[in-house]
Structure formats: C-alpha cells, structure tokens
Design a protein around this ligand. Sequence first.
Ligand SMILES: Cc1cc2nc3c(=O)[nH]c(=O)nc-3n(C[C@H](O)[C@H](O)[C@H](O)COP(=O)(O)OP(=O)(O)OC[C@H]3O[C@@H](n4cnc5c(N)ncnc54)[C@H](O)[C@@H]3O)c2cc1C
Length: 435
Amino acid sequence: MSSPIIIVGAGVAGLVCAIEIHRAGRPVMVLDAESEVGGRVRSTTRDGLVFDHGFQVLFTAYPTLRSYLDLDALALRKFLPAARIVQDGRASLIGDALSDPSLLIDTVMARAVPLGDKLRLLALRRFAQQLSIDECFSARFAGVSTREFLASRGFSASVIDGFFAPFYGGILLDRTLATSASVLLFTFKMLAEGDTVVPAAGMGALTKQLAAKLPAGSVRTGVRVQSLTVGDGRVTGVVLASGELLPAAQVIMATDAPAAARLAATAGVQIATPSGARGTTTLYFTTSGASPIPGRALWLNASASAVISHAVTITDVAAEYAPRGVSLIAASAVGDAADRSDVDLETAARRELTAMAKAAGDAAAAAKTAALSRAAVWRVPYAQFAQPPGWREHRPTIACGIPGLWRASEVLHSSSLEGAARGGQDAARAVLQPH
Ligand SMILES: Cc1cc2nc3c(=O)[nH]c(=O)nc-3n(C[C@H](O)[C@H](O)[C@H](O)COP(=O)(O)OP(=O)(O)OC[C@H]3O[C@@H](n4cnc5c(N)ncnc54)[C@H](O)[C@@H]3O)c2cc1C
C-alpha cells in the first residue's frame, strides 16, 4: 500500500485538511502530540463540569468551518448578541438590536456609548457586512491598526477605550487595539451574519465531530513528531519522539506556527512564522447560589486597570456545562495580566466580579462572589498569534520550499477557527493538485 499523506497536528486546520484528502480518496494519517484531538479547541469534563480549554466561542457565520460541521448535531447554545460594559461603577448593556430587537431599548439607553458613536457602530456593522471576507483582509484595511481605523471613522476616544478595547479583549484577546483593522472588520461581519454560540457539550465537541468524519485508525494521538526525514532532496516522512519512523507521500504541518518552524528546520528549511502570541488565562468558578454576573451576554470590564477582561456565567448560555443547580462562571485575563499567579488572578477576579455586579445594581454582589469556589484555572500562552498591521504581506505559504513539505494552518489566513479551517482546506487543495 502506498504511504499516506501525513498531517502533523489534529487541530481544526489539520482535521479539515485530512477530511479533504480523505474525500479525494487518498490515504491520510493525522498525528498529534496531545492525548486527544482538537488542539486549541478542546474541553475537559470533570465532576459534571465542562471546562473549555480557555473561554472560547464559535461564530456560526464562519463559512468554511460551517461547511464541515453538522451544526444541529452540536446542539448549539446562543449568547445574546450583546455585551454588558462595566465602566466607572456603571454597567450598560449594548447589543445588536438588528439581530435581536429586544436589545433596542437597553442599547439606545446605554450610557457607555454616546449617541453619535452608536450610529457609527451601526454604520460600521453595515460597512463590514457589505465587504466579502477577502475584502476585509485586503491591503486597504490590513495595513492599518484597529485604533487608527476606528479613529478614522470618527469614533470618540472614550468609546475606543471604553468599548472597543474590552470588546477586542473579549473576542480577540487584545485590548491594545494594535491588531490589524482587517480582523475587526472580519469579526464585525461574522457577528452580524450569524450567532455566537457554544456546543452544549463544550467547544471540544466541534473538533471531535470533525475527527469523526475520518476513517478509523487514521488519527493517532499521543505521538509527538520529532523531526522530518529527507531523501533525494524531498521530505519523505517523519520520526516520532519514540524513534518510530513513518514514511509519507507528503507531510503537511498543521501545528501552531512556532512548532512548524522547529519541524521545518529539521529538514534544513526556514519558513516564515508570524511573531508574537496572544495568551489568555481563564478562571472557572462554581456556585450553587445565584451568579453575581448572570445572563447570556458577555460582561466586559472596561476599567483601564482591569485584570479580568471579560467574564460570563457560561451555564446561563449552556446549562449543560454543569450539573443542575450549579452555575459555572468563566472569567478571563488577557495580555500581561494572564501571566499573574493563580492566587493573584483569583483575588483580582473576586474583587472585579464584585465590582461588575455592583455596577449592575446588585447590592448582594460581595456575598455572591464570596460564595464562589474556584473550580479550575486554564492557561493558554499561545491562544492566537499576533496580527499587527502588515502581517498578511509576509504571510507564510502553503509550499515550504522543499518538495514533499506543506503547511496547513491558521497562519495562512487569520488566527481564528475560520482561519484554521481555510488554512486546512487551501492546503489540501494545493497538495492534491498534480505536481
Ligand atoms: C482560549 C482561546 C480563545 C480563542 N478564542 C477564539 C474565538 O473566540 N474565535 C475564534 O475564531 N478563534 C479563537 N481562538 C483561536 C482558535 O482556537 C485558533 O485560531 C485555532 O483553533 C487554531 O487551529 P490550528 O489547527 O491552526 O492550530 P492548533 O489548534 O494549535 O493545532 C495544532 C496541533 O498541533 C499539535 N502539535 C504541535 N506540535 C506537534 C508535534 N511536534 N507533533 C505532533 N503534534 C503536534 C498540537 O498538539 C495541536 O493539537 C481562541 C483560541 C484560544 C486558545
């Protein structure tokens, strides 16, 4: 039997790539160092509690990813298309009233965003929707930072720092707004065109569903690829950390960018790699009493000194994340704050969740946060790669400069679930072309 096409990495990119290759009738083998598939999209269930490996959501509007998923089978649970912004001791709910008219009154009344900026937000939503995804990522927007772009559209400094910074923190793990404006437009478009959801069984259900589309035995977990083998000027296979050698018709690296660079170097090849990582740490708390931060909207901490950037009672969105009667809260730190110790983060989280709940008028906030139990801390130092203005011009390519070696990854498109799916699909199509 001919050697399979080997894909290193069973995240979204690797799994989508493998599905395409399998559909084309070619033998495929996916290898992952972790004990289960999913990469950055995994969940662990313990004592009836579902912990996503870092708070994360799915946008149902992601077109490429959606085409590989059976969304109905994932039993999706919807967030409200809104955020509760807490600033200077006050909380306002601001939402997408075009998607959910019940948000209209709160949004019109929200003091955190002046009327002129509310109208600019509506115009930005319309503008993003009119663009195709490829236009969002065109040179016109890719070279400008989000902060510059928002200023050029007339947004006030107070709404840039008080709304967009925590909003970006919540969705893109970047409160500095240094990320390319393309990502903002892409995100706005996706928010406007679909729902923000989690599967009832946790985000990991998404990658498990992708893996289930592959033939039995074609995914091996718990196997780290140590190096590549080269013969006659081409990559011919991989060597596992155990020493096992696996010959391959082609090797596709679907790892995170730094791991791909290390592997390529073992074949004597230097590949382009985006520099900079966006990390996040999510603290999970449980309570059998009332949650201090209830509701299906994400709570955004707009304070300039925020440690916890965003939080939500995830069981208010998906009751299946905890046993009946228990609330599960996910509170996330981004940037430098994510590197603080567990104890520091827990102390800050209790203080800031109390302040957020008080701002929303909850007089019993302190008692409610005192009753929370810390259930888990999830640290993800490499959740997304940094996407500053201009990064796309130096984007890595699918072909890696040596025959037999390819790349399928979010780095080919954008640091997102859709970017990973696009990267996987594009790589498969390139590899399957006759060469
Ligand atoms: C906490 C968090 C929040 C996020 N929020 C969002 C969000 O809201 N929306 C959104 O669109 N995106 C979000 N993202 C980003 C999104 O999850 C990623 O862009 C996407 O999952 C990347 O997929 P990938 O397949 O390219 O890489 P990965 O998922 O990183 O997969 C790479 C795989 O390669 C394996 N690997 C590495 N080296 C080796 C080796 N030597 N041998 C074998 N296997 C190896 C790894 O174990 C891993 O499984 C978030 C990410 C995190 C972590």
